[in-house]
Ligand binder design. Structure first.
Ligand code: PLP
Length: 455
C-alpha cells in the first residue's frame, strides 16, 4: 500500500481503467472524486458543490437523493432481490414495466425486451433486425445505416453504428455491413444560403442515393437518435424525418429510434420521436428510464418484428438471446417508480415550463465572442466554440477550446460535457428556474474567463 498511498485519488490511479478518459493524462491529473448528490447538485470529497449540468451522463432526470426510488429498490430487494426471465420464468416488476412501456410507446408496439444499458439495447436491435430478415427469407437484407456523429454505444456492433472516429480508431471498427449517412447539422453541413427544408431535401436525396448504391435489397435498417446527443447535440433541420422516412419506406428499410437520451421528456415531448415526427419500427431506451439510479434498458418492437421472432424460435427451438439481468426485478421496480413519479409530479409539464428559459439563456450565448452556434430543444442543448464566428473556423487543434471551457466551468462549480469543441448541457429534468439561471451565470463566467486563454 505504501508505494500507492492511501488517498482515494492515488488508489484510483493505481486500480481503475477509466472509460472515456485520456489514460495517459489521468496518470498525472488523477480523478475528481464525487462523494454525494442532492437535488441537482453533486459534491466532491472536499465538500465543493457543482450544479450537474449533464444529469451525470444524460440520465439522472429526477436529481439526486429521490427517496421514493431508494424505497422502491429496498422493498424489491426484500421481496425478490434477483431473478431472471429466461425459459418461461417471469416476475411482476418485469411484467408491470413492460405493460407500462407498451402503454407509453409513441407508436403501437408489441413487445418489450429488457437489457442493462443503451449499448446492449441497440446491440439487441441489430440482432433482431438480422433475425427478422432471416425469418422473412431475405438473408441478403442485413446492412444497417447510422449517421456520422450519431452515438449508439460501444459494443462491437453499436460502436460500429456510432459515427465518431474515436470509437473506431484502433479498435478495428466498424464491422462489415454497417455504414454512415450524412450528419443533419445545418450550421456545419448546409451550403451557404441553403434553408433548413432545402438541406433536409438534399440529405434525403443523398440517403436515397446511398441506399441505391448499396442495393436496396441489402439494406435492412437505419438507426437515428431523434436529437443527436454525444455527437454534440444536433437537432435535425425542419422536415428532415418526414423526408428520410419516405425514403426508408420506399425501400422497406426499418427505422430504429434510439431514445436513450431523448426518452422520457428530454425534448419537451415524452419521446423524441414525438418531438421529431418519427414512426419507428423499433425503439430503444435506457438512462432516464430509471433516472439513472440502476442500470436498465428496453427495446420495443413492432408486431411484425415480434412475429418474425416467434417464427424463428419455433424453427430453431428457442429465441437464443438474453442477458442474465434482463428485467432485473430491482432495476424494473425502480424504473416503474420513476415512471410513476414522472406522471404524478407532471415532470413533462415542468420541462415545458422551464425549457423556454433554458433555450433563451442558451441562445443568448450565441452572441458570446467564442460561440459559433447555440442549439437545442427542450432541456438539451450545446454551444459550439469557434475561433472565428463569421467564417465558423474551428479552434486548432479541435478539442482544446472545449477542454479549456470544461475545466473553467468545473472550477466555477458547474459540470458540463465537452464533445470536441461543443459544450453540452442536459440538466436534470426537475431543475428549477433559479438553478437554471445559476447554471447559465456560471457558464457565462467560465466562457468569459476562457477568452484570454484561447485568444
Ligand atoms: N445511445 C445513445 C443515444 C446514447 O447517448 C448512449 C450513451 O450515452 C448509448 C446509446 C449507449 O448507452 P450505454 O452507455 O448505457 O451503453
Amino acid at each position: 500500500m505504501s508505494a500507492i498511498g492511501n488517498s482515494a485519488a492515488s488508489r484510483d490511479k493505481a486500480f481503475i481503467l477509466h472509460p472515456y478518459t485520456n489514460l495517459h493524462a489521468h496518470e498525472t491529473q488523477g480523478p475528481l472524486i464525487i462523494e454525494r448528490g442532492e437535488g441537482v447538485r453533486v459534491f466532491d470529497d472536499s465538500g465543493k458543490a457543482y450544479i450537474e449540468g449533464m444529469a451525470s451522463l444524460w440520465c439522472v432526470s429526477l436529481g439526486w437523493g429521490e427517496e421514493r426510488l431508494v424505497q422502491a429498490a429496498a422493498k424489491q430487494m426484500r421481496t425478490l432481490s434477483s431473478y431472471h426471465i429466461f425459459g418461461h420464468k417471469s416476475h411482476e416488476p418485469g411484467i408491470d414495466l413492460a405493460e407500462k412501456l407498451i402503454e407509453l410507446a409513441p407508436v403501437p408496439m408489441s413487445k418489450v425486451f429488457f437489457a442493462n444499458s443503451g449499448s446492449e439495447a441497440n446491440d439487441t436491435a441489430v440482432k433482431l433486425i438480422w433475425y427478422y430478415n432471416n425469418a422473412l427469407g431475405r438473408p441478403e437484407k442485413k446492412k444497417i445505416l447510422a449517421r456520422v456523429r450519431g452515438y449508439h454505444g460501444v459494443t462491437v456492433a453499436t460502436a460500429s453504428l456510432t459515427g465518431l472516429p474515436n470509437n473506431h480508431r484502433d479498435f478495428d471498427l466498424p464491422i462489415a455491413r454497417i455504414s454512415h449517412a450524412d450528419c443533419p447539422h445545418h450550421y456545419r453541413n448546409a451550403q451557404p444560403g441553403e434553408s433548413e427544408e432545402a438541406f433536409a431535401t438534399r440529405l434525403a436525396d443523398q440517403l436515397e442515393a446511398q441506399i441505391l448504391a448499396e442495393g436496396p435489397e441489402t439494406v435492412a435498417a437505419m438507426f437515428c437518435e431523434p436529437v443527436m446527443g454525444a455527437g454534440g447535440v444536433v437537432v435535425p433541420p425542419a422536415t428532415y424525418y418526414e423526408k428520410i422516412q419516405a425514403v426508408l419506406k420506399k425501400y422497406d428499410v426499418l427505422l430504429v429510434a434510439d431514445e436513450v437520451i431523448c426518452g422520457f421528456g428530454r425534448t419537451g415531448h415524452f419521446w423524441g420521436s414525438q418531438t421529431m415526427g418519427m414512426q419507428p419500427d423499433i425503439l430503444t431506451c435506457a438512462k432516464q428510464l430509471s433516472s439513472g439510479y440502476l442500470p436498465i434498458s428496453a427495446v420495443m418492437v413492432s408486431d411484425a418484428i415480434y412475429r418474425a421472432c416467434v417464427d424463428e424460435s419455433k424453427k430453431i427451438g428457442t429465441f437464443g438471446h438474453g442477458y442474465t439481468y434482463s428485467a432485473h426485478p430491482v432495476a424494473a421496480a425502480v424504473a416503474l417508480e420513476t415512471l410513476a413519479i414522472y406522471e404524478e409530479r407532471g415532470v413533462l409539464n415542468h420541462v415545458r415550463d422551464v425549457a423556454p428559459l433554458f433555450q433563451r439563456r442558451l441562445r443568448a450565448l450565441a452572441d458570446h465572442p467564442l460561440v459559433g452556434e447555440a442549439r437545442g430543444v427542450g432541456l438539451i442543448g450545446a454551444l459550439e466554440l469557434v475561433a472565428d464566428k463569421t467564417s465558423k473556423t474551428p479552434f486548432d487543434p479541435v478539442g482544446r477550446a472545449g477542454a479549456v471551457v470544461n475545466g473553467l466551468t468545473q472550477d466555477n462549480g458547474l459540470i458540463v460535457r465537452a464533445m470536441g469543441d461543443s459544450i453540452a448541457l442536459c440538466p436534470p429534468l426537475v431543475i428549477g428556474e433559479a438553478d437554471l439561471n445559476e447554471l447559465f451565470d456560471r457558464l457565462t463566467t467560465a466562457l468569459d474567463a476562457a477568452i484570454p486563454v484561447l485568444r
